[in-house]
Structures are given as structure tokens and as C-alpha cells.
Design a protein around this ligand. Structure first.
Ligand code: SAH
Ligand code: F3S
Length: 459
């Protein structure tokens, strides 16, 4: 009785959500928002108007966690002047939880597997229940398959859809298996339905998300497991089904783990025009010694062979990477292995990081973070500089070509230009003319930088 009385008396439960980190978090923000809106909360785009502030956190690298800490310190002053509730969702470490509970800045923590109940947790906090550990109520099979996601009206035409959650790979540097739990796949029927619904709502491109999309697996009849039967849907089957059912929807996906990527997947990508020709294939290091220490389950040779297969089966495919520099025990020779692997592949683009130990991971517990900071920095800079060269080189390959581009919005640098992406996930800008956001157009590439293709519409 007391509980309902208080909740009803709280005039409006107005939340503001701030997002940190990866695409999965952006997609999860939509899930959280949808659950709250369906349960009587309102959303504010303005921090000052809200009485519930949610930070959808990332703790993948030390830097991300520092950003979060700084933000929380800022909010501490905010909290002094106004009655607000602060909650952390997403990937947060035990340390963050400990520090900010002690400081009494954060009122509640909700882990990625507990969002279905987030409205209740907030309500408990509002009535002053000191029950902080909502992250321990994890639903290990949660995929949010039946949540009809309410997308914000922001004229976007591309959106994320998660097809797997969690990760089982246990790379020794990575905190994700600890913050997001075991891997599980979403029912393909739900993915297909959601994809159709999104298309009907004006979306023209969908990005399928998973820490390791290639290990997507759905088994219809668990008693009768047989890889050759149709009761098993793997990633190649899922892509094939989606591409056929929604021929007008562009499909992208991320991330592919080199260990699990199969030729079957490559063949499906090559077969369908609406599956984009880009693979994000994090390598992390070019040294077999380091790959082993990282518990990545492939070798440099296997990775290079896979890249060859990709280029054989899908010649126009772009490839991007993630690389970590300065992992435990990395010496100059290992670093040169990475540099040489990059030279061999000449990636289209990549995301490059210097290693930061994450509490709880194997590397944090068992390996020494023994590469001095200035060396990590120097190696990282070499990797970044080399990638810039390769990106520029790869961009030149597009000069003079006519490419299909989906218009996503106005160019940030010039409001007379549109920007969009070609099938290889490269940004293309071109004069607007009479076209609109969401149009799929042909653009002739006339110029490039290392990050952008510049062209003109072909009429
Ligand atoms: N499965 C996802 C991984 C998400 S983490 C994927 O393959 O994309 C994204 C990237 O962050 C990783 O690929 C890795 O390059 C980087 N990363 C993860 N943990 C890190 C750490 N402790 N230090 C530095 N970079 C890290
Ligand atoms: Fe992390 Fe490796 Fe999984 S990088 S998310 S443990 S594939």
C-alpha cells in the first residue's frame, strides 16, 4: 500500500539517458527507453528537466571508465541541489559499483540482463528502498526478443538490432564476458519480425549486433540436435533468411570473430545484393605469441588465410580491424609482426587501442602489464599512422567508380552536401540536389581523403 501511494504521488517519472561505449549500448538504450515508456515513465532530452538520470556505462577500457567516473563526480554536485535518482546500466565493473555506492552518488545499478525489471528497480529506489544490487538478478537467457522497441523520432534510417548477447570467448584482456554474461542467441522469428517492423517504420538499413555474430545459433528442437537438419539456424542461415525476406533492407553486421567466420557466411554475403560488403574482423595482434596470451583462438596464418578467402569470395569486400598495442609481454618483434600483418592486408580502416588491464580478467589476475606506458603510446602511434596511410591507399581504389550510397543525413562540414555510406561502410559526401534522406543513389567518386569519399550524383 505504502509503495503504491508513494509512486502515485511522484508527479512525473521523467528520465534522461546518457550513452557511453559501443553499438550494443546504443541498441540497449532503445530497449531501456522502450521498457520505461511502456511503464508510465516519460523521457526528457534535457538533463535539467529529468529526475531520473541513467548512465548507460562502458568499462571496456580504463579510459572509458575514467570518463564515467568524471561524469559521476559532476552529477554529485547536481544531486546536492535537486532531488534526483542516478542509475548505472550497461557494462560496469565491481570497482565502479563499490566506489559510487560508498560515495552515495549512484542509487541503483542494473545489469544488461535485468532491464526487463528496470521500471520496478527505479520505483524501489524512489521510495527509498536500499536495495542496490539489481545487477545480481540476472536472467541468463534474456534476449529481449519480444520487446517492441520504440525508436526515437530522429529521422534516422539506419538502426541496430542485437542478435546475440554476451560472449563466451574469454579473451584474456576483455571484461565483456563478466559484464554481459554468457552468450545466447535471439529467436530468428523474432529477428525477422523486428526487421520487417523496422522497415515498415521507415528504416532502410539494419546493423545486426553481437560480440561474435558468427557464433549465432538457434536450435528449434533441442532434443533432436543435428547440424544437417533444418531445425538449426546458424549465422549464414539467418543472414540468408533476412536478406530474402527483406530485399529492400540493407543489412550490415558486427562483429565477426576470425575464429568462427565460415565460408558459408561469405557465400551468403556474396549472393545477396542487400547484404553489405564489409567485414569488421578484429585481429588484436599480428604475433602468434600474443594471440595465444590473449586466448584468441586463431593464429596469424589462419587469420591471413581467412582474409584471402574473403577477398576470393567477395572481391569488393572492405575489411576493418581492432588492434590492441602493448599487451602483456609484447616486445618489439611482436609489435613488428602486427605492423607487417597490417602491411600485408592494408585494412580499409580500424580501431586502435593501447592495452589497459581490466580488473577481474585473466590478464589482470595472471599476466604482468609490463610494457611501459611510453612504449605502448609509441607503438600505438605507429599503428595509427600506418593505418592512416592504408586507409588513404584503399580510398584511392574508389576513384572514378560509381557506387551505391544510402543517404543518411546532412554533411557536418557543409549543409549543401549529403553524407551516406557505400556498401563497404565508407562515408561518401556529395552535393544535395533534389534528393532526400533514405534515398539509395548512385554517386561517382571524384576525390578522397583518408576517411571520406567525395563525389557527385549520377542522374
Ligand atoms: N567482441 C567485440 C569486442 C568488443 S570490445 C568485438 O570483437 O568487437 C571492442 C574492442 O575493444 C576489442 O576488439 C579490443 O580491441 C578492445 N579492447 C577490449 N578490451 C580491451 C582492453 N582491456 N584494453 C584495450 N583494448 C581493449
Ligand atoms: Fe571480448 Fe573476446 Fe568476446 S574481445 S567480447 S571476450 S570475443
Amino acid at each position: 500500500m505504502y509503495f503504491y501511494y508513494n509512486i502515485k504521488n511522484m508527479k512525473d517519472k521523467n528520465f534522461y539517458i546518457e550513452n557511453y561505449g559501443c553499438q550494443m549500448n546504443i541498441s540497449d538504450s532503445d530497449i531501456i527507453t522502450s521498457i520505461l515508456l511502456k511503464n508510465g515513465f516519460t523521457q526528457s532530452k534535457n538533463l535539467d528537466e529529468a529526475n531520473i538520470i541513467l548512465l548507460n556505462a562502458c568499462s571496456i577500457r580504463e579510459k572509458a571508465e575514467l570518463t564515467l567516473k568524471k561524469r559521476l563526480e559532476q552529477l554529485k554536485f547536481y544531486k546536492k541541489n535537486k532531488k534526483i535518482w542516478i542509475g548505472i546500466t550497461g557494462c560496469f565493473s565491481k570497482q565502479i559499483k563499490k566506489i559510487f555506492l560508498e560515495k552515495k552518488i549512484v542509487d541503483f545499478f542494473v545489469s544488461p540482463d535485468s532491464y526487463r525489471e528496470i521500471h520496478n528497480f527505479i520505483n524501489y529506489s524512489i521510495i527509498g528502498k536500499k536495495y542496490f544490487f539489481y545487477d545480481s538478478i540476472k536472467k541468463k537467457n534474456e534476449t529481449y526478443a519480444d520487446i517492441n522497441i520504440i525508436k526515437q523520432k530522429n529521422k534516422k534510417i539506419t538502426t541496430f538490432l542485437s542478435i546475440t548477447r554476451g560472449c563466451d570467448n574469454m579473451c584474456t584482456f576483455c571484461i565483456v564476458p563478466f559484464t554481459r554474461g554468457r552468450e545466447r542467441s535471439t529467436d530468428p522469428n523474432s529477428i525477422i519480425k523486428e526487421c520487417e517492423r523496422l522497415y515498415q517504420n521507415g528504416y532502410k538499413e539494419i546493423i545486426l549486433l553481437g560480440q561474435n555474430v558468427d557464433s549465432y545459433l538457434w536450435i528449434y528442437n533441442k532434443k533432436n540436435i543435428n547440424q544437417n537438419q533444418k531445425n538449426v539456424v546458424d549465422f549464414s542461415n539467418l543472414l540468408d533468411l533476412l536478406a530474402k525476406k527483406n530485399p529492400m533492407m540493407r543489412i550490415r553486421f558486427s562483429t565477426s570473430n576470425p575464429h568462427d567466420m565460415s565460408n558459408k557466411v561469405l557465400e551468403v554475403i556474396s549472393k545477396h545484393k542487400n547484404i553489405c560488403k564489409h567485414i569488421h574482423l578484429p585481429v588484436q595482434s599480428g604475433s602468434n605469441k600474443i594471440l595465444k596470451l590473449m586466448n584468441r583462438k586463431y593464429t596469424r596464418e589462419k587469420y591471413l588465410f581467412l582474409v584471402k578467402q574473403i577477398k576470393n569470395i567477395i572481391p569488393e569486400c572492405s575489411i576493418s580491424h581492432d588492434i590492441i598495442s602493448g599487451f602483456c609481454n609484447e616486445n618489439e618483434e611482436d609489435h613488428q609482426d602486427t605492423i607487417n600483418l597490417m602491411k600485408e592486408i592494408k585494412y580499409n580502416y580500424g580501431y586502435m587501442f593501447s592495452y589497459s588491464p581490466r580488473p577481474g580478467t585473466y590478464a589482470y589476475r595472471k599476466l604482468k602489464d609490463n610494457v611501459p606506458k611510453h612504449i605502448k603510446k609509441k607503438r600505438l602511434q605507429e599503428i595509427i599512422d600506418l593505418q592512416r596511410k592504408h586507409s588513404f591507399y584503399r580510398m584511392q581504389e574508389h576513384l572514378g567508380k560509381v557506387e551505391e550510397v544510402l543517404i543518411e543525413g546532412e554533411s557536418k562540414k557543409n549543409n549543401q552536401y549529403w553524407y551516406g555510406r557505400n556498401t563497404q561502410n565508407l562515408i561518401v559526401v556529395f552535393p544535395k540536389k533534389h534528393l532526400n534522406i533514405g534515398d539509395l543513389v548512385h554517386v561517382k567518386i571524384k576525390n578522397t581523403t583518408s576517411a571520406t569519399l567525395i563525389g557527385d550524383i549520377c542522374i
